[in-house]
Design a protein around this ligand. Structure first.
Ligand code: NAP
Ligand code: GDP
Length: 319
């Protein structure tokens, strides 16, 4: 039995992974940690974590994460905190001989003006990321560079995954900080239930609704992480993680309003908000060649499950 450390264990992906492993018995022993256990920006605390138990593998999910508007308003903080977390984790993994792991990037760190769509893994650093999230993006790109260098210099097996926009149970439903799907669900819920004191009988979507995004139900991502971790033929590199679909924000708004039974005629678009990057489509060709079981949940089912979870878990939701 191996010991596997999961950082970011209290976040959306970490919580879903924990839930999954509690129902599907693993041959290994997983330890999920959050910032309450160790502040990973602080190397002394990181060392304490790695001294406490000998780990064989790691799934590194911890990061300062947010939707477009959190990123736009906090670029320097996202850069500094994520750089520290990632450098500390790689240094500790090497020092305490954690030979193999999955390290989480994101499709939003890809170039803003790529040479072609859909973007394949080798395009990651071909030019600069979109200005809205350069802090987060450069910190994640350096995580990739660190992994590749340690693989090259010390024979480590540090594998990077770049998922598209994730959504699902345990998401961050905070309106200012969260991503588009939890943000829309939470705001539409408030409008529908007249909780919003500024409710003008309309529902306002931020931006024009024309930006395109790929979405992945977070449980599908957890399943793929485990397949990559246990496939010992894979020893490094990046894997984009997504299905074959892409949607405009308008299409997502329409799907959510149907699930929430909200009258679409009351929906308006506020062009004063930024759309962020208009398109950032990545390719899943490499993933499909490598991971045999990529069963993806369709967006209607994923959104419904997320909304039902949101309704049932009002007490514990991050918002
Ligand atoms: P999340 O829900 O925001 O969770 C973030 C996790 O990181 C939490 O467990 C948090 O701990 C932990 N963390 C943050 N700062 C920390 C610190 N200083 N020390 C220790 N732990 C810290 O994020 P997520 O959505 O699950 O994302 C998981 C991974 O996927 C991240 O690497 C993210 O960049 C990547 N990703 C996410 C998306 C998305 O749409 N959500 C898309 C692409 C990639 P606390 O709960 O204690 O604060
Ligand atoms: P991104 O994919 O990194 O840009 O992050 P998001 O998940 O925050 O998606 C941002 C896109 O959704 C932009 O085009 C926004 O204009 C649009 N959007 C529409 N309404 C909302 C909302 O309530 N919250 C957020 N975060 N984005 C919204």
């Amino acid at each position: 039995m191996m010991n596997i450390l999961v950082t970011g264990g209290s976040g959306m992906v970490g919580s879903i992974l924990k839930h999954y492993l509690s129902y599907n018995e693993s041959i290994d022993n997983y330890n999920f940690i959050s910032s309450n256990d160790y502040d990973l920006t602080d190397m002394t605390q990181v060392e304490n974590c790695f001294k406490e138990r000998k780990y064989d593998k790691i799934i590194h999910l911890a990061a300062v994460v947010g939707g477009l508007y959190k990123n736009m308003n906090n670029n320097s903080l996202m850069l500094m905190k994520n750089l520290k977390i990632n450098a500390n984790i790689i240094e500790a993994c090497h020092k305490y001989n954690v030979n193999r792991g999955i390290f989480c990037l994101s499709s939003c760190i890809y170039p803003k003006n790529p040479s072609k769509f859909p973007m394949t893994e080798e395009q990651l650093c071909e030019s600069e990321p979109h200005e809205s999230n350069q802090g987060y993006a450069y910190a994640k790109r350096m995580l990739y560079v660190l992994c590749e260098q340690y693989n090259k210099d010390y024979g480590r097996e540090y594998i990077c995954v770049a998922p598209v926009n994730l959504y699902g149970m345990h998401d961050n439903f905070n309106i200012e900080d969260g991503h588009v799907i939890p943000g829309l669900i939470h705001r539409m819920f408030k409008t529908k239930n007249q909780i919003d004191p500024y409710n003008k009988e309309t529902f306002e979507v931020y931006g024009t609704g024309t930006a395109r995004r790929q979405f992945l139900f977070a449980p599908n991502f957890c399943n793929i992480i485990l397949q990559l971790l246990y496939n010992l033929n894979i020893k490094g590199g990046i894997y984009n993680i997504c299905d074959d679909n892409e949607y405009t924000i308008k299409e997502i708004v329409s799907l959510i309003s149907k699930i929430m039974n909200y009258d679409e005629r009351k929906i308006v678009y506020n062009n004063n908000y930024s759309d962020g990057i208009i398109k950032k489509t990545v390719s899943n060709e490499k993933l499909k060649k490598t991971v045999p079981n990529t069963n993806f949940t369709d967006i209607e089912t994923g959104l419904l499950m997320t909304y039902e979870w949101f309704l049932k878990n009002q007490e514990i939701i991050r918002k």
